[in-house]
Design a protein around this ligand. Structure first.
Ligand SMILES: [Zn+2]
Length: 321
């Protein structure tokens, strides 16, 4: 039996992974005892070392370096300053951007330490600063996935890591068009797992840009459902497109559609692609394509709507007599 003093590194020993896990769970309980995690003063977070320092990633190297052989330590806290990348913060989690500062070595070390939290399934504390100087919102969080090309982590919120680890393999026969959705999801036309969906769609296409106009500013990018959530559209990445806010709106308003076979973009009858600020005439350049079944679903509805428009315009009694 192990008789060493568990959970302490006072003797200078490196904690085991279990000890570090326990320490974080205890910190979460201590935080709840001291304050409300949805409105925590920065001083309490500093005191508990849940978040500390002036950067976005807090590793607490003195405590975590060497745990489970992690040379760079294991990230303890991530800071999300409400304003930057506000669109990457959702109820179920967040898409966290790799640090890009002038101190490259430190950026790399922090990225490695954050990956270590993912690899070892150790929880961390995700701290949101709603506005400068305000109390923090702290969430227990898990590093689920990351993508070096995109420079993004997918972080889930909750007491447990996300159990529904989506298969990253792409199986053509395994596509699900619709699922059962809660009344709330249908009403707001937004999935419960919005962070996971956006991350998966970004990763699937491998680029962080609007597929219609090429805008890259991530603050302006959405993961749009091809089959709407309100219609039960699934969170399969192939039911998604990366669109800027304007083109997401245009797509949902049926001002533009994608041909399911040729991937050519077509504007609604009264408009041109140019009118809509759409620079590509098709999605041919996308390295991977949305699922044909999803595109066909939209296409059928678009046809029906255009059919209706024509009837309203040409078949109305006032015109036909
Ligand atoms: Zn766009």
């Amino acid at each position: 039996m192990n008789t060493s003093t568990k959970g302490t590194t006072l003797s200078g020993e490196i904690a085991s992974l279990d000890q570090e896990n326990d320490r974080r769970k205890r910190l979460w309980i201590e935080l709840a005892a001291k304050t409300d995690a949805s409105s925590a003063p920065a001083s309490v977070l500093n005191e508990l070392k849940i978040f500390y320092g002036g950067r976005g990633i807090w590793v607490d190297k003195a405590t975590t370096q060497g745990v489970a052989g992690c040379e760079y330590g294991i990230t303890v806290g991530l800071l999300h300053s409400g304003a930057a990348y506000a669109d990457d913060l959702f109820d179920d989690g967040a898409i966290y951007h790799y640090p890009k500062t002038r101190t490259l070595g430190r950026d790399r070390a922090e990225i490695e330490a954050t990956k270590a939290a993912g690899r070892h399934r150790v929880p961390l504390f995700f701290t949101i600063v709603p506005q400068r100087g305000q109390n923090r919102v702290v969430k227990l969080a898990w590093v689920e996935k990351w993508d070096d090309e995109l420079g993004l982590f997918f972080i889930s919120f909750g007491d447990q890591p996300d159990q529904t680890q989506a298969d990253d393999e792409i199986d053509e026969d395994d596509f699900v068009l619709t699922v059962s959705r809660s009344a709330e999801e249908r009403r707001v036309n937004r999935p419960k797992r919005a962070a996971r969906f956006k991350y998966d769609v970004l990763q699937y296409y491998g680029e962080s840009r609007c597929c219609m106009c090429g805008i890259r500013a991530s603050q302006l990018l959405d993961a749009a459902h091809i089959v709407d959530v309100s219609a039960g559209g699934s969170d399969d990445k192939r039911n998604g497109l990366i669109l800027c806010a304007s083109h997401h709106r245009a797509y949902d308003a049926k001002l533009v559609v994608i041909h399911p076979e040729t991937h050519v973009l077509l504007a609604a009858s009264e408009l041109t692609l140019e009118d809509l600020g759409i620079l590509s005439s098709s999605l041919a350049a996308l390295p991977r394509k949305p699922h044909v079944k999803a595109l066909s679903w939209r296409w059928d509805r678009w046809q029906a709507r255009n059919e209706l428009d024509r009837r309203v315009t040409y078949d109305s009694p006032a015109i036909t007599g």
